[in-house]
Design a protein around this ligand. Structure first.
Ligand SMILES: O=c1[nH]c(=O)c2[nH]c(=O)[nH]c2[nH]1
Length: 307
C-alpha cells in the first residue's frame, strides 16, 4: 500500500530560558518558555532515514540560550523574530520556522518604608513575585466548643536574582553539586498558618487584614533575607510572621527549590556572566518546616497537600 508523508515539523519544545539583566543592583527578568518547530525538505529523514537535512533539535535548544545572551530578550516577539529568521536564513532545507513563546511576568516585591530604611536602601531591587494570583486557602474546624482556623496560600511564585548562596554542605562520594556564592533562589510558596483564636466569646481576628499583612511580612522576609539556604529563608519567613502577627501561633511552609542552572555558553564562544539560566521543573529540592510561637503545640499536619 503506497503511503504519503503529510505535514511534518520538528524542533525542541518548551525551552525554559530565564534572562537576568543587571543594571547596577537593579535587576530585570525575562522568563520565557520557547518552542521551536521547523519544516522544509524533510522527506528523506522520514522516508530513508538520511539526516542530511536535519538541524538537531538539540541545536535549536542551544540557539535559544545563545541568542538570549547575544541579542538579549527585549520582548518575546523580538526574540522569536530573531530565532525564526536565523533558522530559515541559515539552513537551506529549512523553509519555515514557527516559534511559540509563553512569557511569565514578574513584579517587584515592595518592601515597607520602615524595613527599607532598616536595610538601608529604597527598595529591594532583585526580588520578584510572579504575576497571577495565588490561591488562598483556609480550613475551619469546630467540635461544638472549640474552633481551629488554619489559613494559608499556595502557588505564590517568588524569586531573588541575587543574595543567595549555598556552600559548606556535606560532600560524600556521590556529591557533584558545585558550591554557589551567587545563585538564583526561587520557590513556589505553599504556606499555612494557625490562628490562636479558639472561642466565639473572644475577639475574632480581622481575617482579611490578617491575610494581607501575613502575606506582606512573608514576602518582605523573603526579599530581605540574605540567604545561605532555602531552609534559612523559610525560617525567616515564618518567624517574621510569628513576631508580627499576635493572632498566629504556628506557620508551616512547603517550599520547592525551583532550580535555575547557568547555561554553559562557552561552546558557542560566549561568556555567561550570571545572565542566562535554564529553569528546571523537576526534580526539585523540597524544603518543609514548621515555625512555632515558643511554648505552643504543633497542630498543622506535616503533609499539607489535602489542607
Ligand atoms: O537551599 C538549599 N538547601 C538544600 O538543602 C539544598 N540541597 C541542594 O542540592 N541545593 C540546596 N539548596
Amino acid at each position: 500500500m503506497p503511503t504519503i508523508l503529510g505535514q511534518n515539523q520538528y524542533g525542541k519544545a518548551e525551552n525554559r530560558v530565564v534572562k537576568i539583566t543587571r543594571d547596577g543592583d537593579t535587576h530585570h527578568i525575562k522568563d520565557l518558555n520557547v518552542s521551536v518547530a521547523l519544516s522544509g525538505e524533510m522527506d528523506e529523514v522520514h522516508l530513508t532515514g538520511s539526516n542530511a537535512n536535519v538541524l538537531p533539535t538539540d541545536t535549536t535548544k542551544n540557539t535559544v540560550y545563545a541568542f538570549a545572551k547575544e541579542y538579549g530578550i527585549e520582548s518575546a516577539e523580538q526574540f522569536g523574530i530573531h530565532l525564526a529568521r536565523h533558522f530559515v536564513n541559515s539552513q537551506d532545507p529549512i523553509h519555515q520556522a514557527r516559534i511559540r513563546i509563553e512569557e511569565y511576568s514578574w513584579e517587584r516585591i515592595e518592601t515597607s518604608e520602615a524595613n527599607s530604611k532598616f536595610i538601608g536602601s529604597d527598595d529591594v531591587k532583585h526580588s520578584f513575585v510572579r504575576k497571577g494570583q495565588e490561591t488562598r486557602v483556609s480550613e475551619i474546624t469546630y467540635n461544638g466548643s472549640e474552633w481551629q482556623v488554619i489559613s494559608g496560600l499556595k502557588d505564590l511564585v517568588v524569586m531573588n536574582s541575587t543574595n543567595s548562596e549555598f556552600w559548606g554542605y556535606i560532600k560524600d562520594k556521590y556529591t557533584t553539586l558545585q558550591e554557589a556564592y551567587d545563585r538564583i533562589l526561587a520557590t513556589q510558596v505553599s504556606g499555612r498558618w494557625r490562628f490562636n483564636w479558639t472561642d466565639d466569646e473572644q475577639r475574632m481576628p480581622n481575617w482579611e487584614r490578617s491575610y494581607e499583612q501575613t502575606k506582606k511580612h512573608m514576602l518582605e522576609a523573603f526579599a530581605e533575607t540574605y540567604s545561605l539556604s532555602l531552609q534559612q529563608t523559610l525560617y525567616q519567613m515564618g518567624s517574621r510572621i510569628i513576631n508580627n502577627r499576635a493572632e498566629i501561633d504556628e506557620v508551616r511552609f512547603s517550599l520547592p527549590n525551583k532550580h535555575h542552572f547557568l547555561v554553559d555558553l562557552e561552546p558557542f564562544g560566549l561568556k555567561n556572566d550570571n545572565e542566562v539560566y535554564f529553569a528546571a521543573d523537576r526534580p526539585y529540592g523540597l524544603i518543609e518546616a514548621t515555625i512555632l510561637r515558643d511554648g505552643v503545640e504543633p497542630k498543622i499536619p506535616v503533609d499539607m497537600t489535602n489542607l
